[in-house]
Design a protein around this ligand. Structure first.
Ligand SMILES: Cc1cc2nc3c(=O)[nH]c(=O)nc-3n(C[C@H](O)[C@H](O)[C@H](O)COP(=O)(O)OP(=O)(O)OC[C@H]3O[C@@H](n4cnc5c(N)ncnc54)[C@H](O)[C@@H]3O)c2cc1C
Length: 307
């Protein structure tokens, strides 16, 4: 396993420790401000408005995951419905993202399916697109099953995510082809054992390009969610060389990451979206951002020394 991945696995494994959590929560305010739009929907809409003025579209996401009770899942559904209605009233592209464990996937697939139906019944007539984020490997099978069930029930404004670090993903992509999914492709953000995920960053990057090109060749619409300059450059070159129009794909970034590049790509005529998370439940999201980037851990450690 190379060093990048050793670092990531180490951060994600200590992040669950209550003392580490208390420490990061107390000391990471600056980082939270960089990656999270705010605690309220109003703050997130303000950020979306500002991005829109720069030609970057927002993907709004109410933070929350792995709920432990039905009441919590229903409360998140209510929050997401409020979000859907709020974005529906805005003039810009209407796009939200959510996690199925936020809607109780770990408690019952039926519950998550029922809550998803409720969200899509509100979203679809309002022209709001709903992306199902992909979580860690034990949840992949159920997430794919629910996505397919929703499509079979006739919902169309719903998209899926696949992760290039998992060995299984090429097969998942091929299995999804009959559904003509709107696909977001990512490298993957969770701590995964080497039995299920490539233990080498170079392999994950190569697989990303392989899967992305395969999805394009199969005629899918692909959202390339990566900040990786080499991958973005190669995808620009490849789509140009193959005559694949820009209406067939887009680039997605996280709010706060490479903002200048987001604007530059938008100016070049590509569709660019930024994932704008908001809400009080920001801790797991932030730990994944720290795990992706050692500099973020140094910022937290520096605030410990200086404070
Ligand atoms: C819109 C969007 C949605 C996502 N949805 C999911 C999902 O549903 N499921 C999932 O598992 N993962 C998701 N991810 C996260 C993804 O899996 C990666 O963990 C994350 O994007 C980092 O990988 P990378 O492709 O940017 O490449 P990396 O190789 O990690 O990074 C490439 C370069 O990007 C920059 N960079 C990367 N991360 C950061 C950061 N946190 N802060 C500052 N600079 C950074 C650095 O310059 C780095 O050298 C999503 C990412 C995006 C952009």
């Amino acid at each position: 396993m190379n060093l990048d991945l050793v670092y990531r696995q180490a951060v994600l494994s200590v992040a669950g420790n209550p003392r580490v959590e208390a420490l990061i929560k107390g000391r990471a305010r600056g980082l939270v401000r960089r990656y999270v739009a705010g605690e309220t929907l109003e703050e997130a809409l303000g950020v979306a408005e500002a991005l829109e003025a720069q030609g970057v579209h927002a993907i709004l996401a109410l933070l929350g995951e792995m709920v432990r009770s039905e009441a919590e899942a229903r409360a998140f559904q209510a929050g997401i419905l409020e979000l859907v209605r709020a974005v529906a009233s805005r003039p810009w592209p209407k796009y939200v993202s959510l996690k199925l464990t936020q809607l109780g996937l770990d408690l019952s697939e039926d519950l998550a399916l029922e809550l998803m139906r409720g969200i899509l019944r509100e979203a679809e007539p309002r022209g709001v697109f709903v992306r199902l984020d992909m979580e860690d490997s034990p949840r992949v099978e159920a997430t794919l099953r629910l996505y397919k069930a929703l499509r079979e029930e006739g919902f169309s404004q719903v998209g899926i995510v696949l992760q290039s670090y998992l060995y299984r993903t090429e097969k998942d992509l091929l299995d999804l082809l009959p559904y003509r999914p709107n696909l977001r492709l990512v490298k993957g953000a969770y701590r995964e054992p080497k039995e299920v995920a490539f233990p080498d960053k170079r392999l994950i990057d190569a697989e990303y390009l392989h899967l992305g090109k395969l999805a394009l060749k199969e005629g899918l619409y692909v959202a390339f969610a990566t900040h990786d300059p080499r991958i973005i450059a190669e995808l620009k070159r490849y789509t140009e060389a193959m005559g694949i129009p820009r209406s067939r794909f887009e680039f997605q970034f996280l709010y706060g990451v490479r903002p200048e590049e987001q604007k530059r790509l938008a100016r070049e005529g590509y569709t660019v979206r930024a994932y704008v998370p908001y809400g009080r439940d920001w801790y797991p999201y932030l730990t994944r951002r720290i795990a992706e980037r050692p500099e973020n851990l140094f910022l937290v450690l520096r605030s410990l020394v200086s404070g």
